[in-house]
Design a protein around this ligand. Sequence first.
Ligand SMILES: Cc1ncc(C[n+]2csc(CCOP(=O)(O)OP(=O)(O)O)c2C)c(N)n1
Ligand code: SF4
Length: 269
Amino acid sequence: MPSELINKYFRTESLPHIWCPGCGNGIITRAIVKAIDNLNLKQDDVCIVSGIGCSSRASGYLDFNTVHTTHGRALAFATGIKFANPNLHVIVITGDGDCAAIGGNHLIHAARRNIDLTTVVFNNNIYGMTGGQYSPTTPTGDKGTTAPYGNIDANFDLCELAKAAGATYVSRSTVYSANMIIKQVEEGIKNKGFSFIEAISICPTYYGRKNKKGDAVDMMKYLKDNSINKATYEKLSKEEQENKIVVGEIYKTQMPEYTEKYQKIIELF
Ligand SMILES: Cc1ncc(C[n+]2csc(CCOP(=O)(O)OP(=O)(O)O)c2C)c(N)n1
Ligand code: SF4
């Protein structure tokens, strides 16, 4: 990362970070910073809220208004912050366990309200921080410390979940395509409503090792070889579609935003 970006947007005293070598979290964190920089947002106008997990440590490294909240509750805290100060650009950093397991209910309600938050899920398909338990996005059949013989649960498609719940901007990218993450975070911040960006990450330490996916380079190559845009994916047969990662914009629409609707209620009195 260029040193100007580091010096401007990072709490350099909290570096070096403690993520494992080859972890995808740094790529997504950089993409968020780059998107903020591209949009020329003032640091004081940005609030970064994270839950608990490896990914959620990013808020500690970043020099904005930041809140490192409790596990699964980042969206609940962010809702309160946005409601209290609608002028802030509130960006939520969360993991797949944080946002879809313990925080799953907050996700569907934040989306349902269409509150103007930008949520970036660092989806590494596993609980990284606590040692590799399977999460709601661990593919069926894959292993975790709590699924030593293979996970028998169906895994969530997080983008479809966010879309069905009411999100007005939904997209997916991978850490192989860092520029796509930047663009999507920019779009998410610009969207006046609930934006959901799923960034597929890699955790060579737990998901990779448990599932014999090779090292970080092998995992990156997998993302490169298996990512496909929506239009091309839809032309494939059912068999060809299997295990593909659909990237790009998944859904975009316009709906009234929650804090603006609330402001109108206040103005009635
Ligand atoms: C209420 C509560 N339950 C459980 C935990 C333990 N815990 C900390 S992080 C975590 C899972 C993190 O997984 P994920 O959200 O996928 O993030 P990652 O570490 O993979 O980035 C759990 C279960 C906790 N801190 N608080
Ligand atoms: S355990 Fe996995 S997600 Fe956590 S820092 Fe290490 S590689 Fe990254």
